[in-house]
Design a protein around this ligand. Structure first.
Ligand code: SF4
Ligand code: MG
Length: 337
């Protein structure tokens, strides 16, 4: 399948009074057309920063794209676009939904206006056409009585309904790429399931490519075809959903699978949290970022950061346990502080 988005060697830092926080430290992945890709990892692993950088929503300063390319449709490098060019693309080719709809919805504007504005500004719709489209979108996301509700303000909707409105806003322009950052985290379980069903449905109907940022592996299993696992600002493993769930290779992925409940897992398997904390991104370790928490850490892990090696087509992992370049004889080391 064609690649719609290519993220290459992406590095993003934040300059703070305390120093440089290296939030994203060399991230690589591709998104194919029509595919749903999940980016998973603990909070602070750089998944949201990566997503926001793709949309160019990182405030600069303090944010800074230090290195890398984000190729959209094989040609446009998002990193190099002017703010104005980027605004055009955001209004017409990309949509983003957030954990909290109130951060992306304008509380002082009717939701009709919020859906139609971009259509009129970026896609040449007349006012009537845009209104029609807004009603159609609200219907699509399951808002009852859209003809009346279009004139209401965000605060007049419940949490779940606001989430739907935000999805309607994001999808009204038929984006080629939809980025969803923890889209269901703030919602109760029933509404979560409805929103996931809705996104799946939309993916089938509109053939939008989706990047979904989540720490919920149930959501991953439900909606994504591929998974990128991030840790301490890097991709540590990526592969098809079945690779990551049934044949994971990275000790962090093992920990993640044991520590988070899965939606359809009926087993009574106990959840085991990953001990320890992620490294300080002011001064990331020289070797593998996971070494301080990894029960399998070897001497080489402390000195050299492992490169990705390929397990099979599309499945790769950055770990000395599977890296063919690993030294033949190595000693386990004491881990922890
Ligand atoms: Fe553990 Fe070493 Fe693999 Fe890092 S490279 S995850 S420390 S075994
Ligand atoms: Mg986040």
């Amino acid at each position: 399948k064609d690649v719609i988005l290519e993220v290459k060697d992406l590095e993003v830092s934040f300059d703070t009074y305390a120093g440089e926080v290296k939030a994203v430290r060399g991230v690589n992945f591709n998104l194919r057309k029509g595919e749903a890709l999940a980016i998973v990892g603990e909070s602070g692993c750089g998944k949201s920063v990566t997503a926001q950088t793709i949309m160019r929503l990182i405030p600069t300063p303090p944010g800074r794209i230090k290195n890398g390319q984000i190729l959209f449709e094989g040609k446009t490098d998002i990193v190099k676009l002017s703010d104005k060019e980027m605004e055009e693309i955001r209004g017409s080719e990309m949509g983003m939904i957030f954990q909290d709809p109130m951060t992306s919805l304008n509380p002082t504007m009717t939701i009709g206006k919020q859906i139609t504005e971009g259509l009129i500004k970026h896609q040449g719709y007349s006012k009537d056409q845009a209104n029609e489209r807004a009603i159609e979108m609200l219907k699509l996301v399951g808002i009852p009585n859209p003809e009346a509700r279009i004139n209401q303000y965000p605060h007049q909707f419940s949490g779940g309904m606001r989430q739907r409105v935000m999805i309607a806003v994001a999808l009204a322009c038929n984006p080629k790429l939809l980025i969803a950052d923890e889209p269901t985290t703030a919602l109760d379980v029933t509404i979560q399931a409805q929103i996931i069903d809705l996104m799946k449905d939309l993916q089938n109907k509109i053939d939008t490519s989706i990047i979904i940022i989540t720490h919920d592996l149930g959501v991953v299993a439900d909606i994504a075809q591929r998974v990128v696992v991030m840790y301490a600002g890097k991709v540590v493993e990526q592969g098809a959903v079945r690779d990551i769930f049934y044949d994971p290779k990275h000790p962090y992925t093992w920990g993640l699978l044991r520590s988070v409940p899965r939606l359809h897992d009926d087993s009574d398997a106990e959840l085991v949290p990953i001990e320890g904390t992620p490294p300080d991104l002011f001064a990331p370790p020289k070797g593998c970022g996971f070494a301080a928490r990894c029960p399998y850490a070897m001497q080489v892990c402390l000195e050299h950061d492992p490169q990705h090696s390929s397990i099979n087509e599309g499945h790769s992992v950055a770990c000395w346990l599977t890296n063919p370049m690993a030294p033949k004889v190595d000693r386990p080391v004491e881990v922890g502080e």
